[in-house]
Design a binder for this molecule. Structure first.
Ligand code: MG
Length: 335
């Protein structure tokens, strides 16, 4: 099999702000793997928080040897160098896309899964409370069934932010503090957000990853806690049961679809909820997640919808669900 990789810039429709950073564009790496007249594609969305970049992904990809059997996934992944989860997930996605094209089947069917998962949330990124309320009103007619609010402004206004959004929508809400709060702050803020007037359904990563107060927050929070920065691969899942009620699986952290599936089942065995998240990704990256979305309780796959233009169209957006197409492989094509 022949592997090629290149860096691509994705431009956002609007500046995206969270508690750590602000961005207008995202660098991803697109991978193609050719074999027997077919080509599979996959996308890596490297996460700066974990010291990955397009450059480090490309360096890792140069060392990858794939052999000549695109169905021998265990053998291929056992032979890959360590690290670089996003680049690994692009290889995993491209191999699944290739398998689908070689067999004429969409990936979700190869995996034996259903095409329909829960509706995706739409992200209201961090801003002033008024601004977050205005942006919520602006997307009212776009068909989203739930909203995810980025919090962690470190200015005492996080409850106001959610209140401003709740004032203009009845949609189910969840929030993501991206590690911004201490235990005391979380115990002050989360009960207010969970109260009936606001009613957020769950809160993602309130504390810094590894914060020793995690188990205390799980015990005392009136709202389910989901962890993201605390949970990357299968090896992290068991420890998350001590500090959270659920995990946020992202293919850019897990290293791909297969590890994402293992994580979902391990989480279920531990009584945890499962959510599927994403980074800023084109339809190529999001299509990989959409194949396994039916395993999840919650889905946050809005990365391609945040772009000025999606360079890899093909996913369906039906009743708020990011639905994989019925075409072979990941079902998206370069525009
Ligand atoms: Mg998150």
């Amino acid at each position: 099999m022949q592997l090629r990789a290149q860096k691509t810039i994705l431009r956002l429709a609007e500046t995206f702000t969270i508690s750590r950073s602000s961005e207008d564009e995202a660098e991803v790496v697109q991978v193609e793997i050719a074999h027997d007249g077919a080509t599979g594609f996959g996308e890596a969305a490297p996460i700066a928080r974990y010291e990955e970049s397009a450059g480090s992904a490309l360096e890792w990809l140069e060392q990858v040897e794939l052999g000549d059997d695109p169905f021998a996934l265990d053998a291929i992944f056992d032979g890959l160098p360590p690290g670089e989860q996003a680049a690994r997930s692009a290889v995993d996605a491209a191999l699944h896309d290739l398998q689908g094209k070689l067999t004429g089947l969409p990936v979700y069917r190869l995996l034996g899964m259903r095409p329909d998962g829960p509706p995706t949330s739409w992200t209201i990124w961090l801003g002033d409370p008024d601004d977050m309320g205005r942006r919520t009103e602006k997307i009212a007619d776009r068909g989203f069934k739930r909203l995810k609010l980025k919090l962690g402004g470190r200015d005492g206004l996080d409850v106001e932010r959610v209140r401003a959004v709740r004032n203009v929508t009845d949609l189910p809400l969840m929030c993501d503090a991206n590690e911004a709060w201490t235990l005391d702050e979380a115990l002050e803020i989360i009960p207010q957000l969970g109260a009936p007037q606001i009613g957020i359904e769950y809160c993602e990563q309130p504390l810094q990853a590894g914060d020793p107060d995690g188990p205390a927050l799980k015990e005392r929070s009136p709202v389910p806690i989901y962890v993201d920065e605390d949970c990357h691969t299968l090896a992290d899942v068991a420890a998350c049961a001590e500090r959270a009620h659920g995990i946020n699986i992202k293919l850019a952290k897990s290293g791909g679809i297969r590890e994402g599936i293992r994580m979902a089942y391990a989480a279920r065995a531990l009584g945890l909820g499962v959510m599927l998240g994403c980074m800023i990704e084109s339809g190529l990256g999001i299509a990989a997640g959409a194949q396994i979305a039916s395993l999840m309780d919650h889905v946050d796959l809005d990365g391609n919808l945040l772009l000025a233009e999606d360079p890899w169209p093909g996913l369906g957006f039906v009743d708020g669900v990011q639905r994989p197409s019925d075409r072979p492989g990941l079902g998206v094509e370069r525009a």
